[in-house]
Design a protein around this ligand. Structure first.
Ligand SMILES: O=C(O)c1ccc(O)c(O)c1
Ligand SMILES: [Mg+2]
Length: 628
């Protein structure tokens, strides 16, 4: 099974596209005609250049408005095709994609189209070339792969086949299982693209919003499983028209594409649809059992401020590292490490970003398998020298080069705390915080698809629908990913302007990172009481908010007054209710959140975000100072 990608999917000039595609690991590429025309090299040299990078040209496309034209312009269409055949022979590729006609004069008629394709097949065969017919979702007469197949079937020529494109089939909600009855050897090529489920004009949706398999909402696995059932053995190729990607980093986008394709083929293989010899299996996707630890890189006064914040949140400084300047703070199952080292990875993270979450430990069933899967999907391995008595925990690079450690029980890695840390204080005077409910990572909006693909391909995690978070100074988009049991939750918050709280954090910390950590309590009112004793200062929520709560929900006066006295925010969904309390912002716009989920509430309190952000911004922007 060959992997391929269309040049149109990648940003940059032609050479940058080729380099990025080769570096990502693809077997081949399809030349999108515009990219070739804009390039200044002759076709023979372009072909040689591509092959010198170890890539095959799997297809040339698109050839438009060919079939079922009236006689007056039909001859010209065949002449155009001959010119493209010349070009393909120079380039060194044998397959031309013909997309269904949008020509205003196209006549339609299955047999007329089939006749045209038969004749074109004859001409292609003379040169050892082939043509494939793809139904555009907005084609004038053919806009459904079943009709395109009927044309190909009636053309009855060995050099004429069908090209399927997941976007055109799934955007029109055509059942992909209709593909199963097409003979695999008559399918010449597969285009794969996902897309967010939005109601819009098909052409506009396709040309601007496609994304990598797994990044959108289409059932790409169902589509691919049906394709594989036909016995199809040709290339699978990404064809992604996306405005963000056009302006993105070529290498990063190519890498995401490869990751999405490899993960997809492995998922399809797991469904038994691909002979296992065809695709090497990846170690299986694992769930995440929770956040094992969060590590901050910090120094001096900022580290002191962090210590104080942890203390007021009821954490206890329980241990110090045997050889490094690492202090461990614990509460319930939560571990927070403050790293004050002046050499090594955390120190570099501090120099680059200031005080920051430099590492996160995720607890999984099999850490080395999880690390191997990640590396096979293109994640960067991380290792740093270990001192005497220290364990080498499998790790990969995550957001902005931070480190994601994978910790399991099997290999004794979870005992690192006993082995590497000496006890300082016994844990007492806790505020009832039990575990990390979720980590919130802030990034630029352009990075969101990439990181959501990262988590969903590495681990067994589901995406929630994206929500808009209204900041007084702009919009922030938020995408949550969570394991089925909710043991690990992460929210990705995408900022587009530096004026939002998220955008300011991004600018101040020179890159994406964890902006807040939500800590779970089983009884938020008891926690609030304990936190008052430890002098925790909650973010103050205005009375207007509580007056609105009284109008929106059926809450008792006692409950409303308890919420208001404790500055606790409230939300509910059909499964349960949610309570949230925030810290004031500290360091560079970071903060903690305390949450209680009752029954089976699944969200993150998105309706409360505008009020929380406004309250935080009141503290960050002194009164009377005009906004920037
Ligand atoms: O948007 C288009 O015109 C277009 C062209 C070629 C394709 O393969 C395709 O899927 C769409
Ligand atoms: Mg296509």
């Amino acid at each position: 099974m060959k992997t391929s990608i269309a040049t149109v999917s990648i940003s940059g000039n032609f050479t940058e596209k080729l380099d990025a595609i080769a570096a990502a690991g693809f077997d081949g590429l399809e030349i999108f005609e515009q990219d070739f025309i804009a390039h200044d090299g002759n076709p023979r040299d372009v072909g040689d250049l591509i092959r010198s990078k170890g890539l095959e040209i799997t297809l040339f496309q698109p050839f438009r408005d060919f079939e079922a034209l009236p006689d007056s312009i039909r001859i010209k269409a065949f002449d155009r095709a001959e010119r493209k055949f010349d070009l393909m022979q120079e380039l060194g590729t044998d397959l031309l994609l013909i997309c269904s006609s949008c020509h205003p004069q196209a006549l339609g008629g299955i047999d007329r189209m089939a006749q045209d394709f038969h004749e074109l097949g004859e001409r292609a065969a003379k040169r050892g070339l082939r043509v494939g017919f793809e139904a555009l979702a907005w084609g004038k007469h053919v806009n459904d792969h079943r009709d395109a197949w009927e044309v190909v079937r009636r053309a009855d020529h060995q050099s004429v086949g069908l090209i399927l494109d997941s976007f055109h089939t799934l955007s029109r909600k055509i059942d992909p299982n209709t593909i199963r009855s097409i003979p695999g050897d008559k399918i010449f090529y597969i285009h794969l693209a996902d897309a967010p489920q939005i109601e819009m004009d098909l052409l506009y949706w396709s040309r601007h919003f496609r994304n990598m398999p797994g990044e959108g909402d289409f059932d790409i696995k169902g589509f691919m499983t049906a394709v594989m059932a036909t016995g199809y053995k040709g290339p699978i190729s990404l064809e992604i028209f996306n405005d963000q990607f056009r302006g993105g980093n070529p290498k990063g986008i190519a890498k995401d594409g490869y990751r999405s394709l490899v993960a997809l083929m492995d998922d399809v293989r797991c469904r038994g649809a691909v002979p296992s010899a065809n695709v090497a299996p990846l170690p299986k996707r694992q769930s995440v059992n929770g956040v094992s630890f969060v590590e901050f890189a910090s120094r001096g006064a900022e580290a002191e401020a962090l210590d104080i914040m942890l203390k007021t949140l009821g954490f206890v400084h329980t241990g110090n590292h045997i050889s490094k300047q690492l202090s461990l703070w614990t509460q319930g199952d939560i571990r927070i490490v403050v790293n004050r080292e002046t050499i090594g990875f955390a120190s570099s993270a501090y120099v680059a970003h200031g005080s920051t979450v430099c590492a996160v430990g995720l607890s999984v069933d099999d850490a080395s398998d999880a690390a191997l899967r990640a590396r096979k999907l293109g994640a960067e391995h991380f290792e740093q020298p270990t001192g005497p008595g220290e364990l080498n925990i499998p790790a990969i690079r995550g957001l902005s080069g931070s480190v994601l450690h994978l910790v399991d029980e099997v290999s004794g890695l979870s005992e690192v705390w006993d082995l590497e840390f000496t006890a300082v204080h016994a844990s007492d005077h806790m505020a009832g915080l039990t575990r990390i409910d979720h980590l919130a990572q802030t990034m630029s909006y352009d990075e969101m698809l990439s990181w959501s693909l990262f988590y969903s391909t590495l681990f067994k995690m589901n995406k929630s629908p994206m929500v808009d978070v209204i900041d007084p100074d702009g919009l922030v988009r938020s995408q949550a990913l969570e394991t089925v049991d909710g043991a690990f939750r992460i929210t990705l918050n995408g900022a587009e302007t530096h004026r939002t709280m998220a955008g300011r954090f991004l600018a101040d910390s020179f890159g994406a990172s964890v902006q807040h950590i939500a800590l779970a309590s089983d009884d938020i009112f008891a926690t609030a009481k304990a936190l008052a004793v430890s002098e925790f200062e909650p973010l103050e929520i205005p009375e207007n908010y509580y007056a609105d709560l009284a109008a929106r929900f059926d809450l008792s006066p006692e409950m409303l007054s308890q919420l208001s006295v404790n500055n606790i925010l409230y939300d509910e969904d059909e499964n349960g209710s949610f309570f949230q309390m925030y810290s004031k912002p500290f360091l560079k716009n970071m903060f903690f959140e305390v949450v209680e989920r009752r029954r089976n509430y699944q969200g993150y309190g998105a309706p409360n975000a505008p009020f929380r952000i406004a309250a935080q911004k009141r503290l960050l922007r002194p009164k009377g100072v005009p906004k920037a």
